[in-house]
Write a new protein. Structure first.
Length: 559
């Protein structure tokens, strides 16, 4: 009892409260690393405290709760940023918190982070419960408490850390883990008010719709099209350290023997962001802060895609994904843009999320063989892989020549081994496709969806332009490869120093010799005019005109 009394006196005094505020501020600064952002962070903490004080009438409880919640939010943001490349956002409460499949995946794959964090939360709840019991209610009346809250919230906008015209999306990419969650409430406000991409195009003059697509032709037999999304992979032959480049020197090359750069719009995570752009021919950046949530926000709003273009040409379209159908709403989104079949975690008989990629390729081969027995249409099949995904705390890769590479970083070493294994499995898939090529000509397009956090330190050292908050930097450099079997592939549509991922689909259509619809023909012309760049096209007016015509045609709904 004496110890409890001493603890109570230590906690419930002004010196302890001020000390807690100072210590918490110092910790938050370590996570933020931007002194000019700290007034906003502290005022946000105080704003939270005044709200709790208004409701509870307990001053110490309000201060400690606000500091604890901010600390937990910031730590969660660090963990999310490390695994997904995007700071914690208020919308995550809806996007992930209400998605049991996404939550189950995070719990299964990131137990090493989640279990300690859950323990920290439990300790915080117990400690705050004691403070709540010990703290006496203040005699300050409700009007005064409300006035204090109003005064604090009036100061928060003055301390806002971004310029008035600065897109908030880049703030979330910057690793500003103490302020990002609070900044993101402005996105929720804009969403509630209907502000977004639609507001921009509502102010533009009416555009001419695209002509209705006609029956699709081709210069020869329509080849099967297989697209491999190589999870978390980038061209490791670019890393000339520790012998990495020598080991991977013959990999990540197309059948023409050349390497091809791909510009993506996410780093460290967010596979569905890259896949969104590939399948729709749209830049996620045009949707601002909604980029990580487009599979939810744009379901039913995109009425023409790569899938519908291929179906116009007589293709059966399917996507094989390692996750469950509803994970981040990707399955429903894929169906909404015209994909015929989604072969998800359950349908392919997966038992875990970290299968070797050979498992996904074998599932793909089983589907391909069944399709060829029962369906005479050409096939478009995307295979999403998983083996190179984080975390890298467990050794999952089998013994391989890559074991000789030792970087001194256990996570990087494991990542390299996984990529090496994944590429071996990919070559097996290529061999199977080549064996069928006399009867079934095919094109295999492989692309890396984003870089891995495991390579960040090495890339930062070798590429001075590396910057998470700069989407034109080396952080967003990935790769693609193209292989033709029994068919001549026109590589001209891919010949750009760095092709933006939004153009990868239309380039595949042209490489296969398929006749494009007016909309996709316009997208291909835009690619040539913009030298492979989409969002950052030098002629941004041309990009906006293309988008406006999509809207006028009913292909894109942005209201």
């Amino acid at each position: 009892m004496k110890l409890i009394a001493i603890t109570k006196r230590l906690i419930l005094n002004p010196v302890a409260a001020v000390a807690a505020l100072v210590i918490c501020t110092a910790f938050l600064y370590l996570l933020e690393r931007a002194i000019n952002h700290m007034p906003f962070v502290i005022l946000s903490v105080l704003g939270m405290a005044t709200v709790i004080f208004l409701l509870s009438r307990k001053a110490y409880f309000s201060i400690y709760t606000a500091l604890t919640l901010t600390t937990l939010i910031s730590v969660a943001s660090v963990l999310k940023y490390r695994t997904k490349g995007f700071d914690l956002h208020a919308y995550d409460v809806i996007f992930t918190g209400t998605d049991p499949k996404a939550f189950a995946f995070l719990l299964d794959e990131f137990t090493i982070y989640i279990v300690p964090f859950a323990g920290l939360m439990l300790c915080a709840v117990l400690a705050l419960a004691l403070v709540f019991i010990w703290d006496r209610k203040s005699r300050i009346t409700a009007p005064w408490r409300a006035g204090l809250m109003a005064a604090t919230f009036a100061l928060i906008p003055v301390s806002y850390p971004l310029k008035a015209d600065e897109p908030r999306y880049f703030h979330y990419l910057g690793g500003f883990n103490a302020s990002a969650f609070f900044v993101s409430f402005l996105d929720i406000k804009d969403a509630a008010l209907g502000r977004g991409i639609g507001e921009k195009f509502a102010k533009m003059p009416a555009a001419e719709p695209f002509a209705a697509p006609e029956a699709c032709g081709a210069t020869g037999p329509k080849p099967d099209l297989f697209v491999v999304l190589s999870e978390s992979q980038s061209d490791l032959s670019r890393l000339n350290e520790f012998g990495i480049d020598q080991h991977f020197s013959k990999q990540f090359k197309s059948a023409d023997g050349n390497s091809h750069g791909l510009r993506v719009e996410t780093f460290g995570g967010g596979t569905w962001i890259s896949n969104f752009s590939f399948l729709t021919g749209l830049s996620s950046l045009d949707f601002g802060w909604q980029a990580p949530y487009l599979t939810t926000a744009m379901e039913g709003r995109i009425n023409y895609s790569l899938a519908t273009e291929l179906k116009r040409c007589g293709y059966r379209t399917a996507v094989l994904m390692p996750m469950k159908f509803t994970f981040v709403n990707e399955g429903p989104f894929l169906k909404s843009i015209g994909v015929d079949e989604v072969l998800d975690f359950d349908r392919i008989g997966a038992s875990e999320y970290a299968h070797h990629d050979r498992f996904y390729y074998e599932a793909a081969r089983a589907f391909i063989e069944e399709h060829r027995k029962t369906d005479g249409r050409p096939l478009f099949l995307q295979v999403q892989t998983m083996f190179a995904h984080s975390p890298y705390s467990a050794q999952l890769a089998a013994s391989s020549p890559a074991d000789d590479i030792e970087t001194g970083n256990a996570e990087l070493d494991e990542y390299i081994r996984r990529v090496d294994q994944a590429q071996q499995d990919f070559r097996w898939f290529l061999g199977q496709t080549e064996a069928d090529s006399k009867r079934h000509p095919s094109i295999v397009l492989e692309f890396g969806d984003h870089q891995s956090f495991a390579t960040r330190d090495v890339i930062t050292q070798q590429f001075p332009d590396f910057a998470i908050d700069n989407l034109t930097s080396s952080a967003y450099q990935s790769f693609f490869t193209v292989h033709g079997y029994g068919v001549d592939v026109d590589m001209r549509p891919f010949q750009f120093a760095n092709l933006d991922i939004g153009y990868l689909g239309v380039s595949l259509l042209e490489a296969a010799g398929l006749e494009e619809s007016p909309m996709y023909a316009n997208l291909g012309a835009l690619r040539d005019r913009c030298e492979g760049r989409l969002f950052y096209c030098p002629d941004r007016t041309a990009v906006d005109q293309h988008l406006n015509r999509r809207i006028a045609s009913g292909y894109l709904v942005v209201e």
